[in-house]
Design a protein around this ligand. Sequence first.
Ligand code: FE2
Length: 293
Amino acid sequence: MQQQTESGTTRSKAKFEVVPISSALGAEIRGIDLSRADAAAVKAIRDAWLEHVVLLFRDQDLSDDALADFSRNFGELDLAPPMETSQGATHPEILAVSNVKEGGKAIGTLGDGEAIWHSDMNYMEAPPTGSLLYSLEVPPAGGDTGFCNMYKALDTLPADIRRRIDGLSIKHDSSTNSGGYLRQGSKPVDDVRTCPGAVHPMVCTHPETGRKSLFIGRRRHAYIMGLPLAESEKLLDAIWAHATRKELTWHHRWRVGDVLMWDNRCAMHRRDSFDPATRRLMHRTQIKGGKPS
Ligand SMILES: [Fe+2]
């Protein structure tokens, strides 16, 4: 239960404030220590998350256990890929996202380059429900994380495109990651129609809010099933140009101690590149998901 004030800020019974961040999506939750969130606070946070799609919590001080414990309130967590947890994080459910190298070895994943717009693991049959990202070290410039509201992307699609995509599905290529690198064991893609990856409907219904959103995964190597290749490319280009317009997006400038929590079912995200000579270290948890429908 939340009470609205004149500024749009809401105060929950759990005694924290929910302050909208942008007209696209997102809210900052003020006045909570995530390591002490009780059941009432978790319920209010879940409600705010479903409403605002992305939540920001500032000035947190979380051990890996505390981050995993809080994250588990929102569902079972995926285990981090074993190779990438060895140095940067000490918890099986936490992935280190970092460009830092120690003894010549990367302590985390994703390096310092741009990560293009994507939904996490869209190429899997059951992409994750969402993720939490906690900043331990941030570069002085760059490395901002952007989000895009896929409810609004669908709601504002031109009517002819909206009609056309009803009933259509996308093949989500699994060979290449959001940094543009081939995943281990994958072959370079020479025909998007035959690359490996899950097929999902373009218009999905959120299992908790019941709202419809656009699910397009990532642009690179995507293919709309059943269409001639040139037609698929043209339609995808038009949809992507629309979905990533500035008014549907918000970018976050990180401070140490920030936690961002996003709903992967109705938001895409990206990351700016940053100076490789600077350090960026984040710890991430990922909530297990289900098949989009
Ligand atoms: Fe991601």
